[in-house]
Design a protein around this ligand. Structure first.
Ligand SMILES: *Cc1c(COP(=O)(O)O)cnc(C)c1O
Length: 382
């Protein structure tokens, strides 16, 4: 096959992005300068909340979120079984215990009934993951959180720009976390942000990313003082002005890129309607999907491994998101999790495949993916 490789996700960098970064390189501030504040304001405004706190990655953002809500030893945090490992790891960083809840088979979103079953007197928070870019059932999750006095944290790393019943992801939970890794909707190379309307949490998050110190270098310079005080234990999770300049420039293109991702999803939906062995995940009618991923389920009798190998052989970057977190060696060894804990996630995991999805794909790429997939599934029956 001489055809070019189609990755499942990748960034788009334009001349405007490059110019924005070069401008910062020639300025007085490389880190924690005006671009950080501008980027934080722009992201917070785009999702309709008051505060944005930029950090070095989505993982750092999750870690900061767990610290801000006071997770510690003895505390349990409910997380979906089917997500990137960072969603659960952030609980462990703070000494808490992640408790895995099963997902809906048709959407792979956390199942509120399963969340209810996992609540104990030690439960402190729920982390909702908007899998593939589709918002979870936030009305139901908020109700559970309120009834049991739990924090609701949204891992919105797949869902920048998504909406639930007319409200933006970012404004639906106590804290929402985004990632700016190159496969996500917009990139800063590495980067992340927590957005919130709660001023007390925002203040703690700002301290946490800067060693637990109560003011930053720029504030002290402006106030003409050298004095600072460390009030909590924190980290150096600061995102640089160089990265934030890239983020500001990228964010301007988010609406156009979201429209493109949604258009690609419609093309896939239409083309796959004729392929009997392949079913896209269900898209609930009450939301605007952000399509970080386009995930399909293969028929029970189709050999996923064979389809995967055949697609890769044809230079198509399919992927699997994700091995359920509780089946990773670390969790099995440390938390004694085992198969059977979240049967829907485990069973569905064996049949899912992520097709290429990013704003740089053309219609012809989609046709090539669908035609290759049709051939691959036809040859992979058992
Ligand atoms: C990407 C991602 C993260 C982590 O983001 P990084 O910026 O790579 O640290 C966390 N959770 C989910 C669901 C993700 O997709």
């Amino acid at each position: 096959m001489g055809q070019h490789y189609i990755p499942y996700g990748r960034q788009l960098i334009g001349a405007d992005d490059i110019a924005a970064v070069v401008e910062v390189l020639q300025s007085a501030w490389l880190t924690t300068g005006p671009k950080v504040t501008d980027f934080e304001k722009a992201v917070a405004e785009s999702v309709g909340v008051r505060h944005g706190i930029a950090v070095t990655s989505g993982t750092a953002a999750l870690h900061a979120a767990m610290s801000a809500i006071g997770i510690g030893p003895g505390d349990e945090v409910i997380v979906p079984a089917l997500t990137f490992v960072a969603t659960a790891n952030c609980v462990v960083y703070e000494g808490g215990t992640p408790v895995f809840a099963d997902v809906h088979a048709d959407t792979l979103l956390i199942d509120p009934d399963q969340v209810r079953k996992k609540i104990t007197p030690r439960t402190k928070a729920i982390i909702a993951v908007d899998y593939a870019g589709q918002p979870c059932d936030y009305d139901c999750l908020s109700e559970i959180a309120a009834a049991h006095k739990l924090f609701l944290v949204a891992d919105g790393c797949h869902a920048l720009g998504a909406e639930y019943r007319g409200r933006k992801v970012g404004s639906l939970a106590d804290l929402t976390v985004f990632s700016f890794h190159p496969v996500k909707h917009i990139t800063t190379g590495e980067g992340g942000m927590i957005v919130t309307d709660k001023s007390d949490l925002a203040e703690r998050l700002c301290r946490f990313r800067n060693h637990g110190i109560s003011s930053d270098h720029r504030q002290r310079e402006n106030q003409g003082t050298w004095f600072y005080e460390m009030v909590d234990l924190g980290f150096n999770y600061r995102l640089s002005d160089i990265q934030c300049a890239l983020g500001i420039s990228q964010l301007k293109k988010l609406p156009e890129w979201l429209a493109r991702r949604r258009g690609l999803a419609r093309l896939y939906d239409a083309a796959l309607a004729d392929v009997r062995e392949v079913a896209p995940l269900t898209h609930n009618g009450d939301n605007q999907h952000a399509y970080h991923l386009y995930v399909v389920r293969l028929a029970e009798q189709t050999d996923r491994e064979q389809v995967f190998r055949e697609m890769r052989r044809k230079n198509i970057g399919v992927n699997v998101h994700y091995l359920p977190v509780h089946l990773h060696a670390y969790y099995r060894n440390r938390y004694k999790t085992a198969p059977g804990l979240c049967p829907v996630a485990e069973k569905t995991y064996e049949r899912i495949l992520s097709l290429p999805m990013h704003a740089g794909l053309c219609d012809e790429d989609v046709r090539r993916v669908v035609s290759a997939l049709g051939e691959a599934v036809a040859g992979a029956g058992r």
